[in-house]
Design a protein around this ligand. Structure first.
Ligand code: ATP
Length: 636
């Protein structure tokens, strides 16, 4: 039997997985009545295994201006007539400005359900160059699958232009996009475990099919985009995995998103391609489930605090979805509403993901998965507590209040809770789109991003560690970066930061002994490593230190930092003796995010000057009085 054929060991692993699901089954069986149990089981088994495919989000034909206008307002519910047609935004002086809104729909208009605003995806360009209304291209797609595989071009205002539009736009690689679906989030650990079981079973089935195909037609060629290594890693299986994560949301999706920003040396290419779908956004909660969360968290009178609420989300993220609303004083706000059940399912979700990863042999040895999983669990539990996020956001608002060029939106306490976070709505271009602006602006933004990163670590010792490009919104008119999403903010101990700064300087100065000494003190190495490992470690440090090595501006366009590092990464995975310290997971995610952003926008940044400025002002040694820099009082 060829080695690639379905391995009986895999069946064993699947059975182990199913026994875990059986355990989950027994737990609620002891507590709940049979009827609820059966209902849950049927719902979960059908919905999560993809037998039911949710409700497809509706798109309006943008060619019809009437339809477009309606679609952009249909989902808005108005609660009050006191400020019939006014919304506010900040002007340059941070004053509240009233603006008129036309064609306000009646409440009854919106009750029909949630319609996708035309602006969210009005037109798609198909590979043959013609531009289709999204509705039309939808009709060409198949239920429950990845729907569109198109070149979508967005200009800096977020508008989409197709190849047939006559506009000059830079050539972008094809983007696989999936239409979001409206689907209830599975809420209990039991129903979530069933989802994993469904996924495991469908992956096993896919693997069998692929094995049979290989037996009949031979191994796929490399152009087929299939991994010749394992029949598990077929494109269809990768797609199954991605779609299941979009349905499950929560910790499972977050881990998928984390993996999706890894490179091919860690995660196989077909899986990475499928995870790209995951990165673009999850399914959307139906209105009924959304209202359940809002009522439970804010009390049934929450509408009395608002003029209007838009049931069409502006984003569907891994842990919650974000809606636009207008407060009584006319302030436009973003309300982030957590999916029910995700906070209580972190533990079991992650265990199930781990089981799946073990079963699929996807994770290379040397990654110290258990340690990474422990850190991921802690980070996710913190991210699910929006009270903590609100506190971090207020603290950042205070810390950055005197710093020109950054703005942190206001938090509104009376519309916030553990599972709802309401903040001032801000606008801007996401960092990945800044690449279309002129060089001077890109250099300015690159400098600001690195300055912020250094400031967070070496001045505040408090860092927002999620490098997602969508968390930085550049407001061109004000030359300001609006900062959002403080769910992953954390403190770093003074002693760690002291040694880390010494290590960064040693890397910048290609000081081998300094790098080894500080790495040992910080816990990156034990001192017992082989020469191969030590060399790879020091080389990786020097590569990361390269932007800080010389004065006069580092050109991120000309760098191949990422490929050099991933090459060394493989050696380090093989020879590593100890997992990195806990602080390193989030810190390195953030630092590599800042570098990747500068590479993406092609900025030239005076990195060494920025580092030396911080270094020269830094006070080493215990400094208890400085331990807590701000307690935060930036709420409304
Ligand atoms: N104050 C705001 N103003 C404007 N847009 C916002 C605001 N808050 C959130 N958003 C939008 O909602 C998206 C998701 O919000 P946020 O990043 O806070 O959620 P999240 O659950 O942490 O997401 P993820 O898990 O993907 O990191 C943002 O990328 C942005 O598009």
């Amino acid at each position: 039997m060829p080695s690639s054929f379905f391995n009986p060991k895999d069946l064993n692993r699947l059975l182990n997985g199913l026994s875990l699901v059986a355990n989950e089954f027994i737990k609620p069986a002891a507590k709940s009545d049979l009827q609820t149990l059966i209902k849950n089981a049927v719902l979960s088994a059908t919905d999560l295994s993809g037998i039911t495919s949710g409700k497809l989000r509706q798109f309006s034909n943008p060619q019809s201006s009437h339809a477009a206008k309606r679609a952009s307002t249909d989902s808005v519910v108005y609660f009050s007539s006191s400020h019939p047609a006014e919304t506010t935004t900040r002007n340059d002086e941070n004053d509240v400005v009233l603006t008129s809104e036309e064609n306000r729909p009646r409440v009854e208009d919106s009750e029909a359900g949630v319609a996708t605003a035309a602006a969210s995806s009005p037109v798609v360009a198909v590979p043959d160059g013609s531009v289709l209304a999204a509705e039309e291209s939808e009709a060409r797609s198949s239920e429950g699958k990845v729907d569109v595989n198109v070149n979508v071009k967005e200009n800096e205002n977020g508008k989409v232009g197709g190849e047939g539009s006559g506009e000059m736009a830079p050539i972008t690689p094809p983007v696989t996009r999936r239409r979001p679906r409206e689907r209830r989030v599975p809420e209990t650990p039991f129903s979530r475990a069933l989802g994993f079981a469904g996924l495991g079973a469908s992956l096993a089935w896919g693997t069998l099919q692929e094995s049979a195909r290989r037996l009949a037609f031979g191994m796929p060629s490399s152009q087929d985009n299939q991994s010749p290594l394992s029949p598990f890693l077929s494109e269809r299986n990768a797609e199954r995995l991605a779609l299941a994560l979009c349905r499950m949301r929560g910790a499972a999706l977050k881990i998928g998103q984390m993996l999706s920003i890894q490179d091919e040396s860690l995660v196989p290419a077909p899986i990475l391609a499928a995870l790209e779908i995951v990165r673009q956004g999850a399914d959307v909660m139906p209105k009924s489930q959304l209202n359940e969360v809002l009522n439970a968290e804010l009390g049934p009178d929450w509408p009395s605090k608002l003029i209007s609420f838009d049931y069409e989300p502006i984003a569907a993220a891994s842990i919650g979805q974000v809606h636009k609303a207008v407060m009584k004083d006319g302030m436009q706000v973003a309300m982030k509403i957590q999916y029910p059940g995700v906070a209580n399912s972190i533990e079991s979700d992650i265990e199930n993901v781990k089981l799946l990863l073990n079963y699929t042999n996807l994770i290379p040895e040397g990654l110290y998965l258990d340690r990474a999983i422990k850190v991921a669990k802690e980070e996710l539990s913190r991210e699910c507590d929006y009270n903590l996020e609100a506190a971090s956001q207020k603290r950042f608002r205070d810390l950055l209040s005197g710093t020109e060029g950054f703005y942190v939106p206001i938090v509104f306490n009376d519309l916030s809770s553990k599972k709802v976070l309401t903040t001032e709505l801000v606008h801007g271009i996401t960092i990945d789109k800044v690449a279309l602006l002129d060089q001077e602006t890109r250099n300015y933004i690159g400098k600001m991003l690195l300055e912020l990163t250094l400031m967070e670590l070496f001045v505040f010792r408090f860092m927002q560690t999620d490098p997602n490009w969508g968390n930085f919104l550049y407001d061109e008119a004000k030359k300001t970066i609006n900062l959002i999403d403080f769910g992953a903010a954390r403190d770093y101990p003074k002693r760690f930061v002291d040694d880390y700064l010494r290590m960064v300087l040693a890397c910048a100065n290609t000081d081998r002994d300094g790098v080894i000494e500080m790495s040992q003190r910080l816990g990156f190495i034990t001192g017992m490593e082989s020469d191969v490992m030590l060399d790879a470690h020091v080389q990786a440090g020097f590569i990361v230190g390269l932007p800080f090595a010389r004065s006069g501006g580092f050109d991120f366009k000309s760098t191949n930092i990422t490929s050099s590092i991933s090459h060394l990464g493989a050696t380090m995975l093989k020879h590593r003796l100890t997992p990195p310290p806990d602080e390193a997971y989030s810190l390195h995610r953030k630092l590599s995010g800042a570098f990747l952003a500068c590479i993406k926008i092609g900025a030239v940044v005076p990195c060494r000057e920025l580092l030396l400025e911080v270094y020269n002002q830094y006070r080493f040694g215990d400094d208890e009085t400085n331990e807590i820099l701000s307690t935060g009082s930036g709420s409304a």
